[in-house]
Structures are given as C-alpha cells and as structure tokens.
Design a protein around this ligand. Structure first.
Ligand SMILES: NC(=O)C1=CN([C@@H]2O[C@H](COP(=O)(O)OP(=O)(O)OC[C@H]3O[C@@H](n4cnc5c(N)ncnc54)[C@H](O)[C@@H]3O)[C@@H](O)[C@H]2O)C=CC1
Ligand SMILES: O=C([O-])CC(=O)C(=O)O
Length: 258
C-alpha cells in the first residue's frame, strides 16, 4: 500500500521512521505534501519519498491512501479534494466537528465509494462505544482530560485549573490541538453536543490523561489512558502516532478485530 502523507511533524515523522525501517513492509510512504519545499527537502533522501507543494499533484502521484497528520484547519481545507480522490486516514479528527462540513464530506465519500478511517488516537474503547451506539443502548459519554499545565496555559500556575467545561463541539473550537479525542468519542457515540468534556491544566503532570465514562442500557464502561507525550511535542501523546500506524496496518489485514 502506497501512502501519501500530509504533515511531516511529530506524528508524520514517527510514521516515516516506522515505515521506512523495514524495507520489505507492504506499507510505504512514497509522497509527502508540505508547504515549504526547502525546509523538508531532507526527507527525500532520508526516507526515499517525493515532496509536493501542490495538492493536485500530490493526489495524482502514485498513492493508494492519504494520511492527514497536519492540523484541524489544514485538514478542513484539503479534505474535500483528498477524500474525493483517495481512501483517507484522518488524525486531526476535529476537522469533522461541524455538522454541515461533516455532511458535505459524507456526501463526497458516498458518491465516490471511498472511506475515511479515524484512528483511535490518544484513547481507546471506541469499538465498545460505537457498538452500543449502533445498538441504541447508550445514554451518556463523558471525557475528563488532564494535560501538563504549560501545554494549555500561557501563564504558569501552581494549582490545577479547569480550562474548559462543556460539550465536544465547543471544546475543539477552543482547543483544536488538544482535544481531537473528544470528536472521535462524539462521532462514535452520542454526538458533538451530548459528549461532555472537561479539560484540566495540571502543573504537576507529565502525562496526557484521558478518563472516559460511558453509560447506557448495556451497563457502564470506564477507560483511563495515561499517555506519555512525545518529548518533542508535549501536546501529542505517543499513542496517537501508534494508532495511525495501527489503522494503516488494519487496512491491509484480512482479519479485523473490534
Ligand atoms: N486524534 C487524536 O487523538 C490526536 C490528534 N492529534 C492531532 O494530529 C495532528 C498532528 O499532530 P502532530 O504531528 O503532533 O502535530 P505537529 O504540529 O507536530 O505537526 C504538524 C505538521 O503539519 C505541518 N502542516 C501544518 N499545516 C500544513 C498544511 N496545510 N499542509 C501540510 N503540512 C502542514 C506542520 O508544518 C507540521 O510539520 C494535529 O492536528 C493534532 O492536534 C494529536 C494527538 C492526538
Ligand atoms: O495526544 C493527546 O493526548 C490528545 C490530543 O492532543 C488531542 O486529542 O488532540
């Protein structure tokens, strides 16, 4: 499977490293869409990829799948063109947080018979949530996310601060780099307005902790994921990058779990 990558930052570089390590892998990144050719020139030799600054040329290159790993705004801009041409893996899931845009994208993929794959990112348990939603036996989903204070606040703090309390739709508008997980939860479960989100800035924390509570006629479920962040980008949990790789691997498997 030939992959085109949008965004060569923390997650993108992890994927480039992992997928170039074994040359016999059946998944290879071959094209990378960047904005600044000079800045990323070194990628061509290091990873044997071709760089593109035109979305059309990138999509015309010989790729089967596009992985978006840039940011919510960039994803919104390129998504209509990308999904109309290719299968897409989207990690800036917040790009799908507006209903009109989500409907527009859904129409395109239906017409083109393409799919969008949303990795589980920095959390887990989405399989359970999706199953109980499809069966109509879910009632509530809530997420409490704790992150190191300096990743959320510009001023230092001595105590834990609640920086957001509300629903997923509002959370991603205010924190597009920090709470994509809430949109994955919302899309799998009770929706953007019904998914409750609390975001805490904790000065004594060096992990990104996501606590999820689900309830309904099926029973209850609780998940807590204590993520190690990337040293180079404390906003992003290591697991988020691992989940993109996992999604790509699942796309090549004949037995799908979950
Ligand atoms: N769903 C989830 O659980 C998670 C989602 N994320 C999201 O994943 C995305 C990527 O995260 P990171 O790799 O940590 O971010 P990053 O900031 O380290 O890297 C993003 C890269 O994309 C590039 N970029 C920005 N706009 C672009 C454009 N228009 N075209 C091409 N490249 C562009 C930047 O120059 C940078 O190299 C972010 O949106 C982040 O919020 C991160 C962690 C968890
Ligand atoms: O990496 C994380 O822990 C979560 C994150 O940034 C996001 O959901 O946008």
């Amino acid at each position: 499977m030939r992959v085109g990558l949008i965004g060569a930052g923390t997650i993108g570089t992890y994927l480039l490293d992992e997928l170039s390590r074994k040359k016999d892998q059946d998944i290879r990144i071959t094209s990378v869409f960047v904005r600044n050719l000079e800045k990323y020139q070194y990628l061509e030799e290091r990873y044997d990829v071709e760089l593109y600054t035109s979305v059309d040329e990138f999509l015309d290159s010989s790729i089967d799948v596009v992985v978006e790993a840039a940011n919510v705004q960039a994803a919104k801009e390129v998504l209509p063109d990308v999904v109309s041409e290719k299968e897409t893996v989207l990690i800036s899931i917040g790009a799908l947080a507006e209903e009109t845009f989500l409907n527009e994208i859904t129409e395109i993929i239906k017409a083109k018979n393409h799919r969008i794959h949303l990795p589980s990112g920095a959390i887990g348990g989405l399989d359970l949530i999706e199953n109980v939603t499809e069966a109509g036996v879910i009632e509530t989903v809530s997420l409490v996310t704790r992150k190191p204070a300096h990743t959320l606040l510009s001023e230092p703090t001595d105590e834990t601060k609640v920086v957001f309390e509300g629903n997923a739709a509002e959370a991603i508008k205010q924190f597009p780099k920090n709470i994509n997980v809430s949109i994955a939860l919302a899309l799998a479960g009770v929706g953007l307005r019904q998914t409750k989100v609390t975001l805490l800035a904790d000065p004594n924390l060096d992990k990104n902790i996501h606590s999820i509570q689900v309830s309904g006629d099926f029973g209850t479920a609780s998940f807590e994921i204590k993520n190690n962040p990337f040293p180079s980008n404390k906003n992003t949990s290591y697991l988020a990058a691992v989940s993109v790789l996992g999604t790509l691997k699942k796309m090549t498997k004949k037995i799908n779990i979950g």
